[in-house]
Design a protein around this ligand. Structure first.
Ligand code: SD4
Length: 324
């Protein structure tokens, strides 16, 4: 169908059908095959702004969404001032910087690494897992061996600042992360390219001062990230344990499949998490979502979560609505 006919069909569906509900079980994607050819990228938190810039360079040159999201999230991974992703990330309680990341493409291919030490760009290792192995996920020592075999450099990721903060933390050794500050700055990124295809990436050093060996939601396909090229993609930030329990990003995508707009899908997923928790006062979870038509949205439990959006016209940070 050419784009004009597709537009007319879309208009005929009307705004209610587009932003409202489809009966549960009726696949949104199969009823509506429209897609946007306007590239767009969205990502979590304010470090999403420079990350989006890098992704946008790929998208604006008609590049692929997969290359865009990888290039985008490599920016905070390499930035020691971003204390919750990659190099310079907060260590675990034993002083190890252990990283989690995953990536997903338009075919539903995915790759993931978890509990990976000494490699500055876990997202690129995750992509290699996707492209060079028959597996989806490699963890710990095995992931490191694989990365080294692929030519990644072994580095010390614990910066003097992070080491100093960890030494201070050790004085009390209390695991009580401060919401929106210490443990919620994962970068999750979703892109739609000029070919109408989606991809996503998610990368983090995880919760600050976590137990050694702890893995959050960010490298778990369906929890920290999910992309279905017929429908849309979603990614999560916040307390990984709460996101994993609800397989949060997959839930958001399925809600979009049922016909919900991205922001509403994020809100319903947040509300599901809230409804199952006894105490949400200290809990933060945020989702962002992008659908096949290039519509986007985000939602979180507590105020303070924002996300960055970049397309041909827009380059801005948006405060996500919250349920509290
Ligand atoms: C996790 N979702 O490991 C991540 C936390 C986060 O550190 O968002 N940033 O639970």
């Amino acid at each position: 169908m050419n784009s004009r006919r597709r537009f007319l069909k879309l208009s005929a569906l009307g705004t209610t059908a587009l932003s409202g509900l489809y009966p549960i079980g009726q696949a949104f994607a199969s009823s509506f095959k429209g897609k946007s050819n306007q590239p767009i990228v969205i990502s979590t938190w304010d470090h999403g702004m420079p990350a989006n810039d890098a992704a946008w360079q790929v998208l604006a040159a008609q590049g692929h969404a997969l290359d865009a999201v990888e290039a985008g999230v490599r920016i905070p991974e390499a930035d020691p001032k971003v204390r919750t992703v990659g190099y310079g990330g907060y260590p675990d309680r034993e002083g190890h910087v252990t990283l989690d990341a995953c990536i997903m493409d338009k075919e539903g291919n995915c790759g993931s690494v978890a509990f990976l030490e000494h490699i500055k760009h876990p997202i690129s290792v995750a992509r290699k897992v996707m492209e060079e192995t028959p597996h989806v996920m490699l963890v710990g020592e095995g992931a490191l061996q694989f990365a080294l075999a692929q030519g990644f450099e072994k580095e010390n990721l614990l910066t003097p600042e992070s080491e100093k903060d960890w030494q201070n933390w050790l004085k009390e050794s209390k695991y009580k992360p401060v919401i929106n500050i210490e443990n919620h700055d994962t970068i999750g990124m979703l892109a739609l390219d000029a070919h109408g295809n989606l991809a996503g990436a998610c990368t983090t050093s995880g919760a600050a001062y976590k137990m050694h060996g702890r893995v959050g939601d960010s490298p778990i396909i369906g929890a920290g990230l999910f992309v279905d090229n017929e429908v849309g993609g979603a990614t999560a930030t916040g307390l990984g344990e709460a996101v994993v329990r609800m397989v949060g990003s997959h839930l958001v995508v399925e809600l979009m499949r049922q016909g919900h707009a991205p922001e509403k899908a994020c809100r319903l997923a947040v509300e599901r998490i809230v409804s199952k928790q006894k105490n949400v006062k200290d809990l933060q979870v945020g989702f962002i979502a992008l659908n096949k038509q290039g519509e986007y949205g985000g939602y979180c439990i507590q105020k303070g979560f924002n996300y960055a959006v970049r397309d041909k016209r827009v380059n801005k940070l948006i405060d996500a609505k919250s349920s509290m």
